[in-house]
Design a protein around this ligand. Sequence first.
Ligand SMILES: C=CC1=C(C)c2cc3[nH]c(cc4nc(cc5[nH]c(cc1n2)c(C)c5CCC(=O)O)C(CCC(=O)O)=C4C)c(C)c3C=C
Ligand SMILES: [Fe+2]
Length: 494
Amino acid sequence: MASFGLMQRTVHCPQPLVEERSSLVAGCSGRGLPVIQRQRRGVCSATNGVQRGRVLRRTAASPDVVSFVDPNDIRKPAAAAAGPTVDKVGVLLLNLGGPEKLEDVKPFLYNLFADPEIIRLPAAAQFLQPLLATIISTLRAPKSAEGYEAIGGGSPLRRITDEQAEALAQSLRAKGQPANVYVGMRYWHPYTEEALEHIKADGVTRLVILPLYPQFSISTSGSSLRLLESLFKSDRALKSLRHTVIPSWYQRRGYVSAMADLIVEELRKFRDVPSVELFFSAHGVPKSYVEEAGDPYKEEMEECVRLIMAEVKQRGFANTHTLAYQSRVGPAEWLKPYTDESIKELGQRGVKSLLAVPISFVSEHIETLEEIDMEYRELAEESGIRNWGRVPALNTNTAFINDLADAVMEALPYVGCLAGPTDSLVPLGDLEMLLQAYDRERRTLPSPVVMWEWGWTKSAETWNGRIAMIAIIIILALEAASGQSILKNLFLAE
Ligand SMILES: C=CC1=C(C)c2cc3[nH]c(cc4nc(cc5[nH]c(cc1n2)c(C)c5CCC(=O)O)C(CCC(=O)O)=C4C)c(C)c3C=C
Ligand SMILES: [Fe+2]
């Protein structure tokens, strides 16, 4: 596995470092300042206490959170740096976005497949990305549209995310921390760019960036953060906006407990509760993201499930569980076990009752409403599973939203602590650091959709790109001539 230094070795953390906590509580004064947090509970992921010159330290807000601090990166505390300006707090919720009407499906898919974090081509072939995105979105659109039609003609994601934003603003107000909450979607309206325009127009002075994905993945939070980084770099006003990022929060007690509440509530609806298999279905990612680029997603997912199961057990339920990965797109290998294969296998093993728990996402969306509720439910029935249940997404669950509000308040003291004349999104290279932790070399990833990686030298890479381009032109020409879709079977394999 390449370039995944932060996650490679773990050391057990001693008890909270009390002296350091107090200096950090006081609004980032002291020697070094807390920045992006690679969070672990009980166990910290660290090499040996120092990571590329950065000191690992517990944060004030969360004693079980470890921050990376570069002792050379000392800037003024946020309060002092703010001067006399009126403090206006903003929270930017990052999400994926979804087509609201059937006509939106194709352009939405184009945006998704044009994202280099979804299909990362070799350098020499990057100019092909728009062409590929056009081809793939055109081929995928009918199948996707069928799914969106089955759930009422569009994605509920925008509505639910807006409701979450409103609920979060209310919760923050109730906790004595008023804030404007903005929604920035990656692939559909309201786009991240639009949210940033509002943030500037409203005169926000401190911004907390909160991806609505509990676990970090290159393809989700990573993609949104990379986009933000480039937008911040190219805008003078944004460059000086003090901000911090909460990269993932799957291990927060409030989130884990809210998930356990929902699971237990659904479990109790079964007649024979102990026999129910808890079936965590996570969104998949290509295996190469994890194994070649060091995406922490799989590790965070497994830990998340472990924490939720521990909480469920503590509440007196000793049910067995399975974690599987759904929604594979294209022919490349994704994280295993696949949800469909797992369901069949459970059926063969004689499981008769199954409670599906969607785990990668906190809103209802096409993959819960169509894939799980319709496709997997049918498959479960065919596999002999007679009793089926599904845990709802958290949406605006009060305990969950209150926990997000706590996360924002815990992050606020760190906003802008290290902001200085730097180009990086989070103070002084910490987005860089976060992204480098899994993706230092920005290696070419075998695309989830098409693959032609067989070179390993610069010139081979160039030739791969050229050959790929020629191949695509030939395929397009053949398609045009024959009127038949040659690529279709590839992309619609799932
Ligand atoms: C092709 C690669 C894809 C990767 C990698 C991927 C990762 C990933 N996605 C989510 C959450 C969502 N995905 C949604 C839609 C969606 N995602 C892909 C492809 C990849 N996702 C496609 C092609 C689509 C469109 C729908 C379809 O055709 O299947 C959505 C939006 C759902 C909605 O209601 O509109 C979400 C949410 C996660 C969490 C994730 C990796 C961890
Ligand atoms: Fe997806």
